[in-house]
Design a binder for this molecule. Structure first.
Ligand SMILES: NCc1[nH]cc(CCC(=O)O)c1CC(=O)O
Length: 331
């Protein structure tokens, strides 16, 4: 199909659609609402006759303050939203793809019909208010860094095995507030660059980690929009805001995640990009909890073979011992 054909289809679709109100489910955190607003803006641009209402849904993941693994992992951020979508209470649902688990199948009857163009995927340091440091390199041995992500912990400890990493979680804005209260001796935390930007906290971004020091999470920086598979109208609409290259990258990364059958607590990193000659390039890493052990794999394939590339890199990682490392980590 040529670009011209697509444009004509888009316009006729828009004209055929009567004024319509669509409800989009989103978590209630500041960051989730900012992401949902971005999806609504993108839809408004391609379909001015569609009015998007954002419906805040509090998930069990947001309400739970304890260890996520005990709640059944990251899927806890989706369950209530998936249910509302399946029941028709909402027409679409917005998710940060990083929070979508890879070891359980997505609910039947729901599809990701759009991925927005990927944001910056890097992680960065956020110093507590008044901290005098500028880089991990400056920290005295034993300095305490807060992060609950095993992927981040393992990679920080690979660079600085003498630092102390303690669990620290919560939605982005409250997490920053708790860091600044600083009654637990934490000097800095690690967060996603894009999340801080979206949450209007870009001024807190400290040292930004290069990709070769901190491989991002699968799905980092990508917003996905789900709808019912049977809802042709909404699927057609979402297709208009789907970013093709991001879809290829997400497909490869998630095929890798699925191939490894990592659970919510697995320190798995994965990143797919496009080479200058248009091929897909995928890096995957799996770490032991203390960062002492890790396996690494990389592969390239044609741009329409994202799924095969992900499966291939997962198989390579598995051959290198990734499954043993994953199995050795408690759920
Ligand atoms: N784990 C929570 C989460 N889920 C998505 C983002 C924002 C960045 C993204 O969408 O990748 C964040 C915050 C963070 O990890 O700092």
């Amino acid at each position: 199909m040529t670009d011209t054909t697509t444009t004509v289809t888009d316009r006729s679709f828009e004209e055929a659609l009567p004024k319509r109100r669509l409800r989009m489910g989103s978590r209630t955190s500041h960051l989730a609402r900012a992401y949902a607003g971005r999806v609504a803006d993108a839809l408004r641009l391609v379909a001015p006759n569609v009015d998007v209402e954002i419906v805040g849904i509090e998930t069990s993941g947001d309400a739970w303050k304890g260890d996520l693994a005990r709640l059944g992992g990251k899927g806890a951020f989706m369950k209530e939203i998936d249910k509302a979508l399946a029941l028709g209470e909402i027409d679409m649902a917005m998710h940060a793809m990083k929070d979508v688990p890879g070891d359980v199948p997505l609910p039947r009857g729901l599809v990701f019909a759009a991925y927005l163009e990927r944001d910056d995927v890097r992680d960065c340091v956020v110093w507590r208010a008044g901290s005098r440091y500028e880089s991990l390199d400056d920290l005295p041995p034993g300095t305490v860094i807060g992060t609950s992500a095993v992927r981040r912990k393992a990679q920080i400890l690979r660079r600085r095995p003498d630092l102390q990493v303690v669990p620290f979680r919560g939605n982005v804005i409250p997490r920053l507030a708790r860091l600044d209260e600083n009654d637990d001796g934490i000097e800095a935390i690690v967060l996603a660059h894009s999340g801080l930007m979206r949450a209007d906290a870009g001024d807190r971004i400290g040292e930004t980690f290069p990709m070769d020091m901190m491989c991002p999470a699968v799905g980092a920086g990508v917003i996905g929009v789900q709808c019912r598979e049977s809802d042709e109208g909404v699927r057609g609409l979402l297709r208009l805001i789907d970013h093709d290259e991001t879809r290829r990258h997400i497909t490869a990364e998630r095929a890798m995640l699925h191939g490894l059958q990592g659970h919510c607590n697995s320190p798995i990193a994965g990143h797919c990009s496009t080479t200058p000659d248009g091929r897909l390039s995928l890096t995957g890493m799996v770490f032991s909890h203390d960062g002492g052990e890790f396996v690494h794999a990389h592969g390239q394939d044609e741009r329409d073979r994202a799924h095969e590339l992900g499966a291939h890199v997962a198989a390579t990682l598995a051959r290198e011992g990734a499954r043993d490392i994953i199995a050795g980590i408690p759920h």
